[in-house]
Design a protein around this ligand. Structure first.
Ligand code: PLP
Ligand code: COI
Length: 342
């Protein structure tokens, strides 16, 4: 049994808000190598005014969580996948890649240094980890930076969408967040800047978030601004959109695997047409922050489509949620390599 003490927070009622924890990891890249890697108490980042991140958005990030288990130990969920995705984002924006070992070591250091903020088992809360890499240093033309900062900070979080595992409503956006040959499949800052305006419009209209449609014809679901989309068809298939402009979600690939291997469902990545939503019995948003958030209603133009119910969670969504979260908190057996102890 790992001994741990936690700070006094209202763990059951945490939202998804920034908190300035005691420690974060930071490393600096210059002249072809990473230097000065380690923990710091400084939550501010100083940089030159010409830094490419400030003007040209040369920035990529990740999001994953640390889970307190019943025995007091702490789980990381598939951190190798986040390391690889960050490397892909770095390639796309001409940034130096963070080696997987350095990435996972940074996560572990941040979890250990802030261990008192890892929420207690049974509260449903988790420690959210936010790795990022930015291009810094003297610059003015549109060029990749000559220096980079890689950092990981953390904060305890509860649910991302209001209420967590309760259905909320989403709206199809008239805007695109990414183009097919753009940066949608990379986790880069510009995609999120592009989603702020449509996201705000959706929130002001009373929806949890916008769902983006394919940027070519606006006929197929792409993803939510902060999560992937999945649906359960009336004949029991797990379906999630396939597109070059959506983020390859670790949660989505985990659910595809669990649906197939644990529940014997047909699990496919394919087209989800907005005029064929009647094929679906249930739908949800999935991601690290969102976990599985059931989609109650979906507004597409004048049509408000209800999947399962605007108040109740569908049975397959619930079954997948219990399996995923059970694995993350160490209560259910994990497929090989999915859990790394922090
Ligand atoms: N799609 C977008 C746009 C996201 O920001 C996220 C969050 O990371 C996801 C999907 C879900 O990805 P993951 O399951 O890897 O957290
Ligand atoms: C995540 O789920 O980790 C995300 O990055 C989603 C959002 C907070 C941007």
């Amino acid at each position: 049994m790992t001994k741990h003490q936690t700070v006094d927070l209202d763990w059951e009622n945490l939202g998804f808000e920034y908190m300035d924890l005691p420690y974060r990891y930071r490393a600096f890249w210059k002249d072809g190598a990473w230097h000065k890697a380690g923990l710091t108490e400084d939550s501010t980042v100083a940089m030159n005014e010409g830094s490419p991140v400030l003007h040209y958005g040369q920035a990529a990030f990740e999001g994953l969580k640390a889970y307190r288990c019943k025995d007091g130990s702490v789980n990381l969920f598939r951190p190798d996948q986040n390391a690889k995705r960050l490397q892909n984002s770095c390639k796309r924006l001409l940034m130096p890649e963070v080696p997987e070992e350095m990435f996972v070591d940074a996560l572990k250091q941040v979890v250990k240094a802030n261990e008192a903020y890892v929420p207690p088992y049974g509260t449903g809360a988790t420690l959210y980890l936010r790795p990022y890499i930015i291009g810094v240093g003297e610059n003015i033309g549109v060029h990749p930076a000559s220096e980079y900062i890689f950092s990981v900070f953390a904060m305890p979080v509860g649910s991302y969408f209001k209420g967590g595992m309760v259905p909320t409503n989403f709206v199809a956006s008239d805007y695109d967040r990414a183009a097919h040959k753009g940066t949608g499949a990379s986790k880069v800052g510009g995609n999120y800047a592009a989603s702020l305006y449509p996201g705000e419009k959706a929130h002001k209209a009373g929806f949890s978030d916008a769902i983006y449609l394919d940027p070519v014809e606006h006929r197929k679901i792409e993803e939510v601004g902060s999560a992937n989309f999945f649906g359960i068809t009336k004949d029991g298939k797990f379906v999630t959109p396939k597109s070059p402009s959506i983020l390859p979600s670790v949660t989505k690939y985990s659910l595809l695997y669990l649906a197939k291997e644990r529940f014997g469902m047909e699990a496919v990545e394919g087209d989800v047409y907005v005029d064929e939503l009647d094929n679906f019995a249930e739908a949800g948003a999935c991601g690290t922050a969102a976990v599985i958030s059931p989609i109650g209603g979906f507004q597409v133009g004048d049509d408000f489509h209800v999947f399962y119910s605007t108040t109740e969670v569908g049975p397959v969504t619930k079954k997948l949620y219990d399996e995923l979260v059970g694995i993350q908190f160490g209560d259910r057996p994990a497929p090989e390599g999915w859990i790394v102890k922090a």
